[in-house]
Design a protein around this ligand. Structure first.
Ligand code: M6R
Length: 362
């Protein structure tokens, strides 16, 4: 059941600290530092791959964009991320050296499965990242890593997004070390950030009342924009998807630097802008973009751990510092925002119109 929560979505948002602990439990050796994901793909293979092609849909696609940031920066491998329904495999002269990574919570998404199958048919190796034991993707892929988030009932993906990203941190450390590109200090930083994450997420959940208040303030708006850079950019996309799914308001995520190349024309005093100002995402530059939208009269809610910025900006929601994974902490704050805007509007949050939890047709 919903354990006393009004909606499954809210219950699942609150389950995130536990889901994250499960994702990392028994998989980290702090002393080495090293990870054990029980991967069957041979070490020599992972050392030799030239590219990882990620295929996914919706929220899982956003997790893929985040994973690209992690893998390219810390595992020394080129990564391309594809909307599964738009994907055509291109493995160059040696398809074997392309690893196709399917990210899918349900393991049943038709678009993702058919992308994976097409790549396998062309000779690529395939790896699935999923939440669902025994799902179709676990049978189709050469190897599977589970995110261990537990069942997710709400149509809006919440805990599975953070668990997907957390698990790709482990994958990044595994591959980065095999390829000799990740020094032990950075590995320790990444794993340390992962260890800090459940507690940081809990601190955000403890401030739910503040976020609920912010949501009530803006709930009358019909259009919302989210901005962020580097890893905060996929979080902007994901936060906008969450709001549009459950509130039915228009919501868009933009790379902060792109605003002035077009979207700025949409910004008015009626369009709240949610700015993700996390420490590793060039927050100073995004502050610049915040000033641009503020001067057009848009109300801004900045999500940040930086006291300096809280003083500078009109309205901020403060999150705890969390090293390299801080954008994920911001994501949880924005899940609460989306939930409370939709709840203010009385939407059927767990079952939004026109949507299904798993999309088994192409
Ligand atoms: O089960 P999957 O991760 O493959 O599902 C992909 C999308 O259908 C899914 O993430 C969808 O976008 C969610 N409703 C988002 O909240």
């Amino acid at each position: 059941g919903k354990s006393g929560y009004e909606h499954y979505m809210l219950k699942e948002i609150h389950e995130q600290p536990r889901a994250l602990r499960q994702a990392i439990s028994g998989r980290i050796d702090d002393f080495a530092p090293a990870v054990d994901l029980d991967i069957d793909l041979p070490d020599e293979y992972l050392q030799s791959i030239e590219e990882i092609q990620i295929v996914a849909c919706g929220t899982s696609y956003h997790a893929g964009l985040y994973a690209k940031e992690l893998l390219e920066t810390h595992a020394g491998v080129r990564v391309t991320v594809h909307i599964a329904s738009e994907y055509t495999f291109n493995g160059g002269r040696d398809p074997w050296r392309t690893l196709v990574l399917a990210i899918t919570q349900s393991g049943e998404t038709a678009d993702t499965l058919s992308a994976l199958r097409a790549a396998a048919h062309e000779g690529a190796q395939t790896l699935a990242l999923t939440n669902t034991l025994g799902s179709t993707v676990t049978r189709d892929a050469d190897d599977t890593v589970f995110i261990r988030a537990g069942p997710e009932i709400g149509v809006a993906a919440t805990k599975t997004f953070v668990s997907q990203v957390a698990t790709t941190v482990l994958l990044t450390v595994h591959i980065g070390q095999l390829r000799d590109v990740l020094n032990s200090q950075t590995a320790a930083d990444l794993l340390g950030s992962l260890r800090t994450l459940p507690g940081a997420v809990q601190q955000v959940l403890d401030q739910e009342a503040t976020m609920k208040q912010a949501a009530a303030t803006y709930a009358d708006s019909d259009a919302f924009f989210y901005i962020g850079r580097s890893a905060a950019y996929p979080v902007a996309l994901e936060s906008a998807l969450k709001l549009k799914e459950i509130s039915y308001d228009h919501a868009e995520g933009f790379a902060a630097g792109e605003l002035k190349h077009g979207p700025l024309a949409l910004v008015t005093p009626e369009t709240p802008v949610l700015a993700i100002l996390t420490n590793n995402a060039a927050a100073e530059k995004t502050v610049h973009n915040v000033k641009e939208v503020e001067s057009r009269g848009a109300p801004v809610l900045g999500v940040t751990s930086d006291d300096q910025l809280t003083d500078d900006l009109n309205t901020t929601f403060e999150i705890p510092e969390c090293g390299l994974l801080e954008p994920l902490v911001a994501n949880v704050a924005l899940q609460l925002f989306a939930y409370h805007v939709a709840n203010e509007k009385g939407r059927p949050i767990d079952k939004p119109r026109n949507l299904a939890k798993s999309v088994t047709v192409e």
